[in-house]
Design a protein around this ligand. Sequence first.
Ligand SMILES: C[S@@+](CC[C@H](N)C(=O)[O-])C[C@H]1O[C@@H](n2cnc3c(N)ncnc32)[C@H](O)[C@@H]1O
Ligand code: SF4
Length: 474
Amino acid sequence: MSKLDANLLKKYHRDIFFNYSEYPTKDNWNYDFKSVDYKKGLLDWLPKNPSEPIMLYVHTPFCEQLCYFCFCSKEITNDYKRAEDYLYNYLFKEIDLLFSFLKKNNITLNVKEMYFGGGSPTFYKEKDFKALIDKLKTCYNFDNIKDFTVEIDPRRVDESKLLFYHECGVNRLSFGVQDFDLEVQKRINRIQSEDLFDSLLTDKVKEKFKVINFDLLIGLPGQTSKGMEETLDKVIKIKPTQIQPMLLHYDPFKRKYMINMLRDGPLPDFFDRQEMYDIVKNKLINDGGYKKAGFESYALPNDPLIKAISDEKALYNSLGTQTGDVTNFIALGTSGSGNLGEDYYFQNYYEQNKYRECISEGHLPTFRGVKLNEDDKIRRNILQFLKTYYYLNIKNFENKYKIEFKKYFAIELKLLKNFENDGLVICSDEKIEITEIGVHFTPQIINIFDKFNRILTYEDQKDIIKRQIPRKII
Ligand SMILES: C[S@@+](CC[C@H](N)C(=O)[O-])C[C@H]1O[C@@H](n2cnc3c(N)ncnc32)[C@H](O)[C@@H]1O
Ligand code: SF4
């Protein structure tokens, strides 16, 4: 079996809506885990790991216009006062609540990386963006920051704003590009031309930012193989240092407006999507000189991600494939989600009213969280390693976690047999390896190791959807 064929698709195609940027997946965290538990977690973990580097994530939940594909947590508004109110009356207070708690307990955060995501951090005017930076500068040592990324909506910046970000210490930019085909752009309600990028990514800008990432989306309405080739040609011409072609997560149960994408016809099917992934891979590697850098990720050979991949340090998480220099996140702002080592996950409220309510009452706005047990940690590592490297060295896991792999994962290995018989996985005493064809089915294969959401039948899938529907998370 060397080629992707329709029978394989029929047999294994299931939409796996978990990207395993975290495990256990968020719907299996503890909803009683609130501010008090988060603080306990911080007190438990930080003093034991004082020199562990931290990434500080800040969420900005505002955008000027709705993109129909968008799964992010945001409010669409043109009322700038909403953002000012959020920033000065709530986010600043959350910063105060967190850092005064840490100070009271003699804890300083070793912040090595910063990431501003959204929504659109570009929503802020320069003076307000600067005020946020100045506020954070009072909380930890900015001289230690090695990498500082901002997610950029290209329609809301110009060259001068990008250079301003650089003056604030930002050295990495992540652009939402998605697709350059005008027909696709119309169907997702997001028009942005290739010329716009020429005006933004000037020599001056390219010189200042050592990493420039482009997010692309596969599975958007109107995408065709020909269109994808043209988009890739344009991307290769602009030459960002990293490219993350992610699969569209289509879930109209949670984001009703996504059905707008179906107005002029269906979305590309599984087979179309795989064809487009092949085009992305061939174009980027053969024409663009990029290298594969883990799941849904490519980078130029001299980008730090490629070294991280070859050192097996890279890590797939909620921000895509990262170098793994910093693996602990502290998050601020609505929906912000973080982790401390392998031990804790936690997340803030999505809804602005709940977030604001907590802060007004003087609590950290923790919505849910989890303290991982040993089994969670083992599975988390397996899922993330397989997703980044497509193989697993069994001995390494046995040594690290003191388990007998074959015994511990007897059920999973049995379930993998099906994939093995179809040439999607090769299992030996030393290794589990996902084959070239198997890579197309990575989410389905690694789902076997997810104890909480194993999807083997249509009924399993229905149960999981049912569990997810009641939560409104926009
Ligand atoms: C917050 S957005 C990027 C910043 C900025 N708001 C923009 O759109 O340019 C982060 C990224 O999430 C990804 N994303 C959004 N919705 C998605 C979905 N339904 N499935 C997969 N990825 C999605 C997009 O690739 C997007 O670039
Ligand atoms: S993709 Fe970006 S700009 Fe579009 S709605 Fe989502 S967060 Fe906002």
